[in-house]
Design a binder for this molecule. Structure first.
Ligand code: SF4
Ligand code: SF4
Length: 372
Protein backbone atom coordinates (compact mmCIF):
# COMPACT_ATOMS: atom_id res chain seq x y z
CA UNK A 1 0.00 0.00 0.00
CA UNK A 2 1.23 3.45 -0.86
CA UNK A 3 1.87 5.64 2.17
CA UNK A 4 1.72 9.36 2.77
CA UNK A 5 3.24 11.62 5.41
CA UNK A 6 0.79 12.55 8.20
CA UNK A 7 1.93 16.14 8.58
CA UNK A 8 4.32 17.04 11.39
CA UNK A 9 3.78 13.69 13.14
CA UNK A 10 6.20 12.37 10.46
CA UNK A 11 4.22 9.10 10.55
CA UNK A 12 3.83 7.40 7.18
CA UNK A 13 0.23 6.23 6.91
CA UNK A 14 -1.45 3.98 4.33
CA UNK A 15 -3.71 5.97 2.00
CA UNK A 16 -6.71 4.11 3.39
CA UNK A 17 -7.10 3.05 7.02
CA UNK A 18 -9.51 1.23 9.31
CA UNK A 19 -12.32 3.01 11.13
CA UNK A 20 -13.27 1.32 14.40
CA UNK A 21 -17.01 1.82 14.09
CA UNK A 22 -17.09 -0.74 11.26
CA UNK A 23 -15.88 -3.69 13.33
CA UNK A 24 -17.95 -3.46 16.51
CA UNK A 25 -19.41 -6.80 17.47
CA UNK A 26 -23.05 -5.81 17.37
CA UNK A 27 -22.99 -5.40 13.58
CA UNK A 28 -21.01 -8.60 13.00
CA UNK A 29 -21.82 -12.22 13.81
CA UNK A 30 -19.34 -12.13 16.70
CA UNK A 31 -16.26 -10.44 18.03
CA UNK A 32 -13.91 -12.76 16.13
CA UNK A 33 -15.31 -11.50 12.81
CA UNK A 34 -14.08 -7.97 13.63
CA UNK A 35 -10.71 -9.34 14.75
CA UNK A 36 -10.38 -11.18 11.42
CA UNK A 37 -11.23 -8.06 9.41
CA UNK A 38 -8.62 -5.98 11.23
CA UNK A 39 -5.94 -8.66 10.87
CA UNK A 40 -6.76 -9.06 7.19
CA UNK A 41 -6.49 -5.28 6.67
CA UNK A 42 -3.06 -5.31 8.34
CA UNK A 43 -1.98 -8.25 6.18
CA UNK A 44 -3.00 -6.26 3.11
CA UNK A 45 -0.91 -3.28 4.16
CA UNK A 46 -3.30 -0.89 5.92
CA UNK A 47 -1.32 0.46 8.85
CA UNK A 48 -3.65 3.00 10.49
CA UNK A 49 -6.49 2.23 12.90
CA UNK A 50 -8.82 4.90 14.17
CA UNK A 51 -11.11 4.07 17.06
CA UNK A 52 -12.83 5.84 19.96
CA UNK A 53 -13.99 5.33 23.52
CA UNK A 54 -17.52 5.84 22.24
CA UNK A 55 -17.42 3.04 19.62
CA UNK A 56 -18.95 0.27 21.73
CA UNK A 57 -16.46 -2.60 21.96
CA UNK A 58 -14.24 -1.49 19.05
CA UNK A 59 -11.23 -0.94 21.31
CA UNK A 60 -11.38 -4.43 22.76
CA UNK A 61 -11.84 -6.00 19.29
CA UNK A 62 -8.82 -4.05 18.05
CA UNK A 63 -6.86 -4.95 21.19
CA UNK A 64 -7.37 -8.64 20.35
CA UNK A 65 -6.58 -8.10 16.67
CA UNK A 66 -3.24 -6.37 17.21
CA UNK A 67 -1.91 -8.73 19.86
CA UNK A 68 1.68 -9.45 18.83
CA UNK A 69 1.43 -6.94 15.95
CA UNK A 70 1.67 -3.61 17.77
CA UNK A 71 4.66 -2.44 15.73
CA UNK A 72 2.71 -2.84 12.46
CA UNK A 73 0.03 -0.37 13.49
CA UNK A 74 -0.35 3.37 13.90
CA UNK A 75 -3.00 3.40 16.59
CA UNK A 76 -5.33 6.24 17.44
CA UNK A 77 -8.31 6.59 19.75
CA UNK A 78 -10.37 9.53 20.95
CA UNK A 79 -12.59 10.88 23.72
CA UNK A 80 -15.77 12.94 23.79
CA UNK A 81 -14.92 14.31 27.22
CA UNK A 82 -13.90 17.94 27.55
CA UNK A 83 -12.59 18.15 31.10
CA UNK A 84 -8.92 17.31 31.54
CA UNK A 85 -9.41 14.80 34.35
CA UNK A 86 -12.11 12.87 32.47
CA UNK A 87 -10.30 12.92 29.11
CA UNK A 88 -7.13 11.65 30.84
CA UNK A 89 -9.15 8.86 32.46
CA UNK A 90 -10.60 7.97 29.04
CA UNK A 91 -7.07 7.76 27.67
CA UNK A 92 -6.05 5.39 30.47
CA UNK A 93 -9.12 3.23 29.73
CA UNK A 94 -8.26 3.21 26.00
CA UNK A 95 -4.71 2.06 26.76
CA UNK A 96 -5.97 -0.70 29.05
CA UNK A 97 -8.71 -1.85 26.64
CA UNK A 98 -6.42 -1.82 23.62
CA UNK A 99 -3.78 -3.55 25.78
CA UNK A 100 -0.98 -1.19 24.77
CA UNK A 101 1.41 1.01 26.74
CA UNK A 102 1.23 3.93 24.36
CA UNK A 103 -0.96 5.32 21.58
CA UNK A 104 0.48 6.98 18.52
CA UNK A 105 -2.34 9.46 18.71
CA UNK A 106 -5.26 10.49 20.88
CA UNK A 107 -7.89 12.83 19.51
CA UNK A 108 -10.39 15.21 21.02
CA UNK A 109 -13.55 13.76 19.51
CA UNK A 110 -16.42 15.56 17.79
CA UNK A 111 -15.88 19.17 18.88
CA UNK A 112 -18.93 20.73 17.29
CA UNK A 113 -19.36 24.16 18.84
CA UNK A 114 -17.14 27.07 19.77
CA UNK A 115 -18.23 26.65 23.40
CA UNK A 116 -16.99 23.04 23.33
CA UNK A 117 -13.69 24.11 21.84
CA UNK A 118 -13.35 26.66 24.64
CA UNK A 119 -13.87 23.89 27.22
CA UNK A 120 -11.24 21.75 25.49
CA UNK A 121 -8.71 24.62 25.39
CA UNK A 122 -9.42 25.99 28.89
CA UNK A 123 -7.00 25.47 31.81
CA UNK A 124 -7.63 21.94 33.13
CA UNK A 125 -9.39 21.14 29.87
CA UNK A 126 -8.90 18.05 27.69
CA UNK A 127 -6.08 19.52 25.63
CA UNK A 128 -3.96 20.41 28.66
CA UNK A 129 -4.41 16.86 30.01
CA UNK A 130 -3.43 15.32 26.68
CA UNK A 131 -0.34 17.52 26.51
CA UNK A 132 0.58 16.17 29.95
CA UNK A 133 0.00 12.62 28.68
CA UNK A 134 2.28 13.40 25.75
CA UNK A 135 5.08 14.55 28.09
CA UNK A 136 4.54 11.39 30.15
CA UNK A 137 4.99 9.24 27.05
CA UNK A 138 1.44 7.82 26.99
CA UNK A 139 0.75 9.29 23.53
CA UNK A 140 2.90 10.69 20.75
CA UNK A 141 0.50 13.09 19.07
CA UNK A 142 -2.77 14.96 19.67
CA UNK A 143 -5.55 15.30 17.10
CA UNK A 144 -8.99 16.84 16.84
CA UNK A 145 -12.12 15.70 14.99
CA UNK A 146 -15.35 17.49 14.14
CA UNK A 147 -18.04 17.90 11.50
CA UNK A 148 -17.81 21.65 11.93
CA UNK A 149 -15.18 23.12 9.64
CA UNK A 150 -15.17 26.63 11.16
CA UNK A 151 -14.54 25.24 14.67
CA UNK A 152 -11.78 23.03 13.32
CA UNK A 153 -10.06 25.87 11.49
CA UNK A 154 -10.12 27.90 14.71
CA UNK A 155 -8.68 24.98 16.68
CA UNK A 156 -5.88 24.47 14.17
CA UNK A 157 -4.93 28.14 14.30
CA UNK A 158 -3.79 27.59 17.90
CA UNK A 159 -0.98 25.40 16.56
CA UNK A 160 -1.56 22.84 19.36
CA UNK A 161 -2.99 19.98 17.30
CA UNK A 162 -0.93 17.55 15.22
CA UNK A 163 -3.77 16.04 13.17
CA UNK A 164 -7.29 16.87 12.08
CA UNK A 165 -10.09 14.57 10.90
CA UNK A 166 -13.37 15.71 9.34
CA UNK A 167 -15.98 14.55 6.78
CA UNK A 168 -14.67 14.92 3.25
CA UNK A 169 -16.16 13.49 0.06
CA UNK A 170 -17.51 14.55 -3.32
CA UNK A 171 -20.77 15.25 -1.47
CA UNK A 172 -19.39 17.01 1.56
CA UNK A 173 -16.47 19.31 0.92
CA UNK A 174 -17.67 22.74 1.97
CA UNK A 175 -15.14 24.40 4.26
CA UNK A 176 -12.22 22.25 3.10
CA UNK A 177 -10.17 25.24 1.93
CA UNK A 178 -10.47 26.95 5.30
CA UNK A 179 -9.27 23.86 7.18
CA UNK A 180 -6.60 23.19 4.58
CA UNK A 181 -5.08 26.68 4.92
CA UNK A 182 -4.92 26.41 8.72
CA UNK A 183 -3.58 22.85 8.57
CA UNK A 184 -0.84 23.73 6.10
CA UNK A 185 0.30 26.67 8.21
CA UNK A 186 1.11 24.35 11.12
CA UNK A 187 1.90 21.23 9.05
CA UNK A 188 -1.08 19.40 10.58
CA UNK A 189 -1.81 15.90 9.19
CA UNK A 190 -5.18 15.79 7.39
CA UNK A 191 -7.42 12.71 7.61
CA UNK A 192 -10.69 12.35 5.68
CA UNK A 193 -13.64 10.53 7.22
CA UNK A 194 -17.20 9.84 5.99
CA UNK A 195 -15.65 9.42 2.55
CA UNK A 196 -18.72 7.53 1.35
CA UNK A 197 -21.07 10.07 2.95
CA UNK A 198 -22.57 7.57 5.37
CA UNK A 199 -23.28 5.03 2.63
CA UNK A 200 -24.83 7.44 0.12
CA UNK A 201 -21.94 7.10 -2.28
CA UNK A 202 -21.78 3.66 -3.82
CA UNK A 203 -19.09 4.73 -6.29
CA UNK A 204 -16.39 3.85 -3.76
CA UNK A 205 -13.46 4.16 -6.13
CA UNK A 206 -14.43 7.64 -7.28
CA UNK A 207 -15.07 8.83 -3.71
CA UNK A 208 -11.69 7.60 -2.46
CA UNK A 209 -9.92 8.98 -5.50
CA UNK A 210 -11.61 12.34 -5.05
CA UNK A 211 -10.22 12.55 -1.50
CA UNK A 212 -6.76 11.31 -2.41
CA UNK A 213 -6.59 13.82 -5.27
CA UNK A 214 -6.48 16.52 -2.62
CA UNK A 215 -3.42 17.22 -0.50
CA UNK A 216 -4.48 15.05 2.43
CA UNK A 217 -2.70 12.17 4.17
CA UNK A 218 -5.35 9.48 4.13
CA UNK A 219 -8.98 8.31 4.25
CA UNK A 220 -10.41 6.38 7.19
CA UNK A 221 -13.17 3.95 6.17
CA UNK A 222 -15.43 1.76 8.21
CA UNK A 223 -14.28 -1.63 6.84
CA UNK A 224 -16.58 -4.31 8.22
CA UNK A 225 -15.60 -7.28 6.06
CA UNK A 226 -12.65 -8.53 4.02
CA UNK A 227 -14.54 -7.46 0.89
CA UNK A 228 -14.65 -3.88 2.16
CA UNK A 229 -10.91 -3.98 2.84
CA UNK A 230 -10.20 -5.31 -0.67
CA UNK A 231 -12.50 -2.75 -2.25
CA UNK A 232 -10.96 0.21 -0.40
CA UNK A 233 -7.39 -0.91 -1.13
CA UNK A 234 -8.18 -1.49 -4.81
CA UNK A 235 -9.60 2.03 -5.02
CA UNK A 236 -6.51 3.56 -3.41
CA UNK A 237 -4.15 1.51 -5.58
CA UNK A 238 -5.94 2.61 -8.72
CA UNK A 239 -5.44 6.24 -7.72
CA UNK A 240 -4.21 8.64 -10.35
CA UNK A 241 -4.09 12.41 -10.20
CA UNK A 242 -7.32 14.13 -11.23
CA UNK A 243 -7.55 17.36 -13.17
CA UNK A 244 -9.48 20.25 -11.66
CA UNK A 245 -12.22 19.57 -14.20
CA UNK A 246 -12.48 15.90 -13.15
CA UNK A 247 -12.73 16.98 -9.49
CA UNK A 248 -15.50 19.43 -10.42
CA UNK A 249 -17.34 16.68 -12.31
CA UNK A 250 -17.16 14.36 -9.31
CA UNK A 251 -18.50 17.14 -7.10
CA UNK A 252 -21.47 17.74 -9.36
CA UNK A 253 -22.19 13.98 -9.57
CA UNK A 254 -21.91 13.91 -5.76
CA UNK A 255 -24.35 16.79 -5.43
CA UNK A 256 -26.87 14.81 -7.51
CA UNK A 257 -26.41 11.69 -5.39
CA UNK A 258 -26.79 13.68 -2.23
CA UNK A 259 -30.20 15.11 -2.79
CA UNK A 260 -31.73 15.72 0.61
CA UNK A 261 -28.38 15.28 2.36
CA UNK A 262 -27.57 17.70 5.19
CA UNK A 263 -24.03 19.03 4.62
CA UNK A 264 -23.74 20.03 8.31
CA UNK A 265 -22.97 23.65 7.48
CA UNK A 266 -25.13 24.63 10.51
CA UNK A 267 -26.25 27.90 8.95
CA UNK A 268 -29.82 27.03 9.97
CA UNK A 269 -29.01 26.36 13.62
CA UNK A 270 -28.19 29.98 14.42
CA UNK A 271 -31.77 30.93 13.54
CA UNK A 272 -33.59 28.10 15.28
CA UNK A 273 -35.55 29.52 18.24
CA UNK A 274 -35.46 26.10 19.92
CA UNK A 275 -31.68 25.69 19.47
CA UNK A 276 -32.18 22.27 17.88
CA UNK A 277 -28.84 20.79 16.73
CA UNK A 278 -30.34 20.12 13.31
CA UNK A 279 -27.16 18.80 11.69
CA UNK A 280 -26.62 16.40 14.61
CA UNK A 281 -30.15 15.03 14.31
CA UNK A 282 -29.47 14.21 10.65
CA UNK A 283 -26.03 12.80 11.56
CA UNK A 284 -27.70 10.41 14.03
CA UNK A 285 -30.17 9.37 11.35
CA UNK A 286 -27.24 8.60 9.03
CA UNK A 287 -25.77 6.29 11.67
CA UNK A 288 -28.88 4.10 11.50
CA UNK A 289 -27.48 2.44 8.40
CA UNK A 290 -24.41 1.32 10.33
CA UNK A 291 -25.67 0.67 13.82
CA UNK A 292 -29.15 1.44 15.07
CA UNK A 293 -28.29 1.18 18.77
CA UNK A 294 -25.37 3.57 18.39
CA UNK A 295 -27.54 5.97 16.37
CA UNK A 296 -30.31 6.00 18.96
CA UNK A 297 -27.90 6.42 21.87
CA UNK A 298 -26.29 9.39 20.14
CA UNK A 299 -29.72 10.86 19.46
CA UNK A 300 -30.91 10.45 23.05
CA UNK A 301 -27.77 12.22 24.26
CA UNK A 302 -28.62 15.42 22.35
CA UNK A 303 -29.75 18.29 24.57
CA UNK A 304 -32.55 19.23 22.15
CA UNK A 305 -34.18 16.78 19.80
CA UNK A 306 -36.28 16.92 16.67
CA UNK A 307 -39.57 16.71 18.59
CA UNK A 308 -38.78 20.14 20.10
CA UNK A 309 -39.33 21.67 16.64
CA UNK A 310 -42.01 24.40 16.54
CA UNK A 311 -42.42 24.16 12.79
CA UNK A 312 -41.61 27.86 12.26
CA UNK A 313 -39.65 27.15 9.05
CA UNK A 314 -36.80 29.64 9.71
CA UNK A 315 -34.26 26.88 9.05
CA UNK A 316 -35.65 26.18 5.58
CA UNK A 317 -35.46 29.82 4.61
CA UNK A 318 -31.67 29.88 5.07
CA UNK A 319 -30.63 26.35 4.14
CA UNK A 320 -28.39 26.82 1.08
CA UNK A 321 -29.28 23.30 -0.12
CA UNK A 322 -33.03 23.96 0.09
CA UNK A 323 -33.63 20.99 2.35
CA UNK A 324 -37.15 20.31 3.66
CA UNK A 325 -35.77 20.46 7.20
CA UNK A 326 -39.06 20.19 9.10
CA UNK A 327 -40.13 17.10 7.22
CA UNK A 328 -36.63 15.64 7.62
CA UNK A 329 -36.62 16.25 11.37
CA UNK A 330 -39.98 14.58 11.77
CA UNK A 331 -38.82 11.55 9.77
CA UNK A 332 -35.53 11.38 11.70
CA UNK A 333 -37.33 11.54 15.04
CA UNK A 334 -39.74 8.78 14.04
CA UNK A 335 -36.86 6.55 12.97
CA UNK A 336 -34.59 7.35 15.90
CA UNK A 337 -37.20 7.21 18.61
CA UNK A 338 -38.09 3.60 17.89
CA UNK A 339 -36.46 0.57 19.33
CA UNK A 340 -36.49 1.12 23.08
CA UNK A 341 -37.57 -2.50 23.58
CA UNK A 342 -34.94 -3.68 21.14
CA UNK A 343 -32.26 -1.81 23.13
CA UNK A 344 -33.55 -3.29 26.39
CA UNK A 345 -33.36 -6.77 24.88
CA UNK A 346 -29.82 -6.15 23.62
CA UNK A 347 -28.71 -4.87 27.03
CA UNK A 348 -30.29 -7.86 28.75
CA UNK A 349 -28.57 -10.30 26.37
CA UNK A 350 -25.24 -8.60 27.04
CA UNK A 351 -25.84 -8.83 30.78
CA UNK A 352 -26.57 -12.54 30.70
CA UNK A 353 -23.67 -13.07 28.25
CA UNK A 354 -25.93 -14.48 25.53
CA UNK A 355 -25.53 -11.64 23.09
CA UNK A 356 -22.98 -13.36 20.81
CA UNK A 357 -25.12 -16.49 20.70
CA UNK A 358 -28.20 -14.46 19.77
CA UNK A 359 -26.25 -12.64 17.03
CA UNK A 360 -25.06 -15.94 15.61
CA UNK A 361 -28.64 -17.22 15.57
CA UNK A 362 -29.74 -14.01 13.84
CA UNK A 363 -27.17 -14.45 11.08
CA UNK A 364 -27.75 -18.18 10.69
CA UNK A 365 -31.46 -17.43 10.20
CA UNK A 366 -30.62 -15.13 7.31
CA UNK A 367 -29.98 -11.78 9.08
CA UNK A 368 -27.89 -9.45 6.95
CA UNK A 369 -25.05 -7.00 7.47
CA UNK A 370 -26.01 -3.40 6.85
CA UNK A 371 -24.99 -2.01 3.47
CA UNK A 372 -22.18 0.51 3.61
S1 SF4 B 1 -30.18 21.63 7.15
FE1 SF4 B 1 -29.24 22.87 5.54
S2 SF4 B 1 -28.53 24.73 6.59
FE2 SF4 B 1 -28.94 23.19 8.17
S3 SF4 B 1 -26.96 22.22 8.54
FE3 SF4 B 1 -28.04 20.98 7.04
S4 SF4 B 1 -27.36 21.75 5.05
FE4 SF4 B 1 -26.80 23.30 6.56
S1 SF4 C 1 -38.79 24.75 11.95
FE1 SF4 C 1 -38.11 23.72 13.82
S2 SF4 C 1 -35.96 23.28 13.45
FE2 SF4 C 1 -36.56 24.83 11.95
S3 SF4 C 1 -36.00 26.77 12.93
FE3 SF4 C 1 -38.16 26.35 13.44
S4 SF4 C 1 -38.08 25.28 15.41
FE4 SF4 C 1 -36.01 25.22 14.55
Amino acid sequence: MRKRRLGRTELMVSEVGIGGLGIISNILPDRQAGVDTVRYALDRGMNYIDTARGYFDAESVIGLAIEGRRDEVILSSKSYLRSGALAYRDLETSLATLKVKKLDMFQVHHVQYKSELEQVMAPKGALEALETAKREGLIDHIGITSHHTRVLAEALETGRFDTVMFPFSPVEHEGFEEIYRAAKRFDVGIIAMKVLSSGRLTAVEEAIQFCLAHDIAMCVLGCTTREHVDRDIAAAEAFHELTEEQKRNLCSQGAGLAEGFCRRCRICEGLCPMKIPIADVFRCEDYLILNATYARNEYRALERRADDCLGCGQCEMVCPFKLPVRQGLQRAHERLNRGKFEDMAVNFLHKVKLYDLARKAYFSLGGKLPER
